[in-house]
Structure formats: C-alpha cells, structure tokens
Design a protein around this ligand. Sequence first.
Ligand code: GAL
Ligand code: ZN
Length: 663
Amino acid sequence: MNFQFGVDYYPEHWPEDRWETDARLMAEMGLKVVRLAEFAWAKLEPADGRFEFAWLDRALAVLDRRGLKVVLGTPTACPPAWLIEAHPDILPVDSQGRVRGFGGRHHDCQSNPVYRRYSERLVRAMADHWGKDARVVGWQTDNELGNSHDDLCHCGHCRAAFQAWLARRYGDVARLNTSWGTVFWSQTYSSFSQIPTPTLTPVNTHSPSLLLDWKRFHSDLIVDFQRAQIEVLRPLTPGQFITHNCMGFANTVDYFDLARELDFVSHDQYPVGFWEVPPGRSAADLAAALDLMAGLKRRSFWIMEQQSGPTGWQILAKTPRPGQLALWTAQSVAHGADTVVFFRWRSCTVGTEQYWHGILPHNGVPGRRYAELKGLIGGLGPLMPRFEGALSGAEVAIVHSYDQNWAFEIQPHHPDLDYQKYLLAVYRAFHGRQIPVDLVSDADDLRGYKLVVAPLAFLELPGVVQRLKEFVGEGGHLVLTMRTGVKDQANVCQTSAPLPGPYADLLGLEVLDYDCLRDGPVPVEFDGQKHQGSLWWDVVTPKGAQVVAWADGGDHKSEPAVTRNGVGKGTAWYVGTQPDAGLWAALAGLWAAQAAVEPVAIAQAGVELVRRRTAEGDFVFVLNHTAEAVAFEPKAAWHLVLGEALMPPWGFSVYETRKRGVQ
Ligand code: GAL
Ligand code: ZN
C-alpha cells in the first residue's frame, strides 16, 4: 500500500477554520497521505478515561474530501500531565537516580505497569474507533522508539524487569556468575535480586558483561513495549498496516528485532537535521542510513519524516540550498522508499520545534519549499509505481551488528574507535565506486551475495562463525577486520585459540600481539601507494595467508596490514587496522574485482548512482550532490525518464535501462 508522497500534519496546532485550506494545498501539491496524532494524547484523552475523538474525526473528514488518506500514530510518546500527576512513578529515573521530569516528551518508563496500562487502553480505544475506517490506511507505533531513552530507566520496575530478563537468559544465578566472571572484584551474586542496573558507581563503570546485557535488555524492553501495542492493534485493524519510524543508525534498540513484527519499516531522514553534529554527513552517510532501513526486513520502506526545511531546536542547521530538499527526497526514493512523508506541513509557532521548519513557513503561505517539492512530486510521483517494492539487487553486503556496536560503545579500545564510523568507512568505499551495498544483520542468510564485509566481529555470536565459514566454503569472498573473534557472547575474552579465535583457520593467520595506536598512525604500503592504518594494529602472523599490504616503517615495519587466504573457490581477507579512506577505496576496488562485482556505472565525484532493479529492468537515479551543474554521460542502453543529462546544482535525473538480458 503506497502513496508516493505525504506529510506529517498537526491539525491540533491550528485553528479549525484553517484545515480546509491546508487540505486543499496538500492535494494541489500532489500529496496523498497524511500522518496524524502521534503526539496528541492530551487532546484525545483530556482526562482519565474521557476519550475525545470528534476533533480528529473532523480533521479526517476534511482530508478525506481532498482524497487524502491517513496514518495514525499511537500517541504514547507524550503521556499527559494529568497522568503524570496521578502516577508520578511513570517518570523515568536516570543512572544517577534523578527523576527526569514532565515537560519534554518520552517522560516515561517503558517497564512501568501503569503507563503500559494507560497506553494500551488508549491504543485500544483508537483502534476500536478507527480500525475499520477506510480513511485510515495504517498505524505508526509510538514515535522514534529509543529516542530520549538512551540512559533510561533505572527505576525499581526496570531493575526488576532487568533481573527477570537475566533470570530467563541464564536460568540460575550460578550460571550468570560464571558467564559474566563475577569473581572479579567480588561481584558474585547469590540471587538475581542483587543485580543492579548500571547506575553510577565510584569507578564510573560496571562489568562489561553486565553492561552488554543491560543494552540487550533495554532493546528487548522497547521491542516488548511495541509488541504490546501491536497485539492490541492487529485484531482490531484488519487491512491497515503497522509501521514504526526508525532513526537510521540510532542504536538504543536493535532495529532488526523491532522490525520483525511490523509490516514494513519507516525511517526519519534529516540530512542536516541533527544540528549538534558537526557538518560532514556526506551523501554516502545518508545513503547508508537508507540502506540500513532497506536491510531491516530486506524490503522497501517508507520515509515517515523527510526533512522539508531548515531544522533546529535552540540552534539551527544550515538552510538547504534550492534543490536540496528535492534531491534528498529523490535519494530516499532511490534507496528504496515507496512513500515519502515530509516533516512537517507548516512550521509551528509554538513549542520546542518552532524552528524545525515545515513545507509552509510560519505564516502558512506557500513559498519556495512548497514549489520545489510540488515540482518534485509532479515529476517523480508518476514513475514510482513502476519500481514499487524493488531494491538495488546488491551483490555486496556489510554486516551491521547491534551487539558488536554495543560492545564497542562499552569498550572503544581507542578513544576514537567507533563501530559505526568504521562500518561507514567501509560503506563509503563501495559507495564511492557506485557499487550497491546491502546492510544486513549477523543473523541474515548471506547466500546470494558475492562479497561480504563483517567489520569488527568482536563477539562470537551464535551461528555467525558457521555462517561465515559456509559462505566462504561456497565460494564467497569475505572480509574480516581487526578485533575479530576476541570475546564470547557474554563479553568475556575467549581462550580456546589464539586470536582471531574461531576464525584463525579460515583466515590463515594468528594475532599474537596487538597495539592500540595512541602515538598516531602506522604507514602502510599497498599496491605501490602510501596509506595509513590508525587507532589499532593487530600484529598478524600469517599461517598460510598471503600478505597484500604491510607496514612501511615505524614500530610495526614489515608487519602485515591486509592478508588474503584462498579457501577453495572462496577467499577470506583480513584487515588488521583501521585503513584511511584511500586504502579502503583501493581495497574495495580489489575485492569487487576479485568477486566480479560491477558498479552501476562510472560517475564523477559528488555524483551518486543508485538503482532500483525490477524484473523488467533497472531505474537508475543519478544524484548530483554538488553545488555545480554536472553533465552526466549515461550508458548507451539507458533512456532518460526524468530530468536532464545536464543536471543543475543539487539536481537529479532518472534513467530506465533496457530489460536485462536484452543488449
Ligand atoms: C524527529 C521526531 C519528530 C520531530 C523531529 C524534529 O526526531 O520524530 O517528532 O521531533 O524530529 O525534532
Ligand atoms: Zn523504569
């Protein structure tokens, strides 16, 4: 069920006599779907058990007259003041024991039974009311689950829930003691009830095993919170979909788990929205977030919030240049979005998000953003049904593992080592070569890929070694990196074999020593070129592997940096450091060549080529992420279906290729 384009709308923020104008302007712009109500708890239930749905019905009627369908958000991210007043223990408690107050959003503890009960009652009332309403096409659970909950919650309910989660995982406390190694610093527990949540301690930290299980518990809690809503919604909303708006690389909740019970995932794409982050989120990083979303269920998705103007709360990000909003939207579509919903319709005059601009400015008069996006919708919208459901048909996969990510958050090793940055560096290398990549989980089936990169496979997780070995055994090309095979699932160092533990045979090497590169990078030579390895150096002893790059001076002179081990028709590569961008790019080229992986085509720097592959042929998006006009030369068999070969600054064009097999 797809609508190409829509918008997030808050009728409750505006006088009712304006709704008609809004609906007309939306329809004239080509929008077909509107998300409503995801923060409207206090309007929908102004007092305990008093449901007031008539205003929202009136809004639905206004939208319906213009042919606009509706997605309803369950408004559980904003428990109202009356509820918090009556039940203050709904408020979350941080790791220092401080209660976080009412006044923002997500001032809630997801283990709290009272909050759960009220949430589920409201969701049920809404589903009873709108579950069979033809104007409503689907539901969004809560809003950005995991957002605002990073370090929360440490209340008694959460502690009990964590202990119960541990009891289910370990069975008895003796097993937990052994698995975690609680003998260290006298942390042995004689009952699950003694186990703390990771609150502030004198040394500022906890056992790495406790910390990892806490992150897993926290993720499971969020999944469970969503499941409770889905269980209410499913039976009452036949024919309506259920989705959730994820946040790309946010990692409080394992999105592979969260996605499992959804019909499809949605994502919120704010290319310059996160104003706290210094500039530098490249087109490749934006692409990676989109590819992760496609990877969650390995299917096309929705954008539930696509940036529609300047963004910021207290501080603003740079205003998008003319063309950029349309370009970023096209990029979302190129990477697999079947519907893009813009956030938000009109810039709000009140509240925290006064400067998070909508399509319309504060005064509600359509201007440059309205015109730009209307133009985009008119051009791209009619094409979208032709590649609905299609993804890129990538032959390369990068494993994105929440467990590994969490383990490196707990122990980054080097102050600058970051799991996601490492992974993004790999992604950028393929992206720069216009090679489509899927981001997959460590539980995914890898058959069908030619080349798999599993960066920083630090923890030995169930089934993964076996799957990777089979992949290589069947002729696949596998890349593993520094800090592979170091620990078991409980975040305890493994002792069964020299590093890289269970992967030593596959890789044909041993790592008998290592060095955290606190003094700076190691010069590395590859293919006659000078590069650098930084942050970490595995001292690799080849046991059959061939050395393809090595240290070219310094403390590690002549030691291997990159190795290759042939295993039957397959290959297992090892990268024992963090390569610089040039080395990653060179290696990606080598791996792609060896695995016979082709780029979409060749393009100049700053131009991104993305395809959606259908049974009839490919639709190729050519995205000009530069401030200059670019003349793109398509392959002979490509037909221009949108835009021009000469792309304006921040412009894009779309080509259709001939049916595959037809030359
Ligand atoms: C998103 C959120 C929206 C809005 C937006 C701007 O993260 O889902 O509700 O808050 O950011 O801050
Ligand atoms: Zn709690």
